[in-house]
Design a binder for this molecule. Structure first.
Ligand SMILES: C[S@@+](CC[C@H](N)C(=O)[O-])C[C@H]1O[C@@H](n2cnc3c(N)ncnc32)[C@H](O)[C@@H]1O
Length: 229
């Protein structure tokens, strides 16, 4: 992490450091409309639907144009909160929700979910699709994600393989040389599993594509959890 990086992102200037200013929103919407849902995202949606989304409340962190929560609302979920660090992405997601007649079931919050976590309502299902890789504090992000007490947490993040890490380091180098704010933050699978395990979640599904891991964690019954000490 660059030394001048804020610990949390709670102002526009700090949020800009994450590198997502919504410049991709129009392109993402166009790709969704023309080419459908990306395969890893579709897998996440399918797994969550199979787990049951009827009447569920959703928290979609860094929802981008809203593919995950809008698809799950169409599949029977009751309502959603979309928290995003980009105003442009929030506007794109709201526009798409209006077009689909779903906007009155979505609550839009602008900011860093780590900063906003204490004021978010309870949620049955929390999703982070390609968000872990653009935020420097993975453990804080995951703890914010489980704070609403979900039964399911769906994550999509880049493969934790050497070739994937080399690719991300190279991209970071090129972006730094070009003085662009974009940055891949590399999260290791073991770290993610550890934080989720400490919060009481075990992996119920592991899958993905060549580039992306799709993992759905389920809250474990207290009686099934290993005793500490
Ligand atoms: C790569 S985009 C992914 C968008 C969408 N989930 C998708 O897969 O198409 C990452 C998104 O996460 C948001 N984001 C990153 N860190 C965040 C944080 N800590 N709190 C809220 N949003 C965050 C960015 O603003 C951006 O919209």
């Amino acid at each position: 992490m660059p030394p001048d990086h804020a610990r949390r992102f709670c102002s526009d200037e700090e949020l800009e450091q994450i590198g997502y200013d919504g410049h991709g929103a129009a392109g993402d919407l166009e790709r969704w409309r023309c080419c459908g849902v990306p395969p890893a995202t579709q897998e996440l949606i399918n797994v969550l639907r199979a787990e049951g989304v009827g009447s569920a409340t959703l928290l979609d962190v860094g929802a981008g144009v809203g593919i995950v929560h809008l698809s799950l609302l169409e599949a029977g979920a009751a309502k959603a909160v979309d928290v995003d660090a980009s105003r442009d992405y929030l506007a794109a997601a709201r526009g798409e929700a209006e077009r689909r007649g779903l906007a009155d079931r979505v609550d839009y919050r602008y900011g860093d979910v780590v900063e906003l976590a204490a004021e978010l309502p309870a949620a049955d299902i929390v999703t982070l699709d390609a968000v872990i890789c653009c935020y420097p504090h993975h453990a804080a992000l995951l703890r914010a994600a489980v704070r609403p007490g979900p039964r399911l947490v769906g994550l999509i993040y880049p493969h934790d393989a050497w070739w994937s890490r080399v690719r991300m380091h190279l991209s970071n180098l090129i972006w730094a040389l070009r003085r662009r704010p974009d940055h891949w933050y590399i999260a290791r699978r073991a770290q993610i599993d550890r934080v989720m395990g400490e919060a009481g979640y075990g992996a119920a599904h592991r899958g993905g594509t060549r580039s992306w891991k799709v993992v759905v964690y389920r809250r474990e019954l207290a009686s099934n959890r290993p005793r500490s000490g």
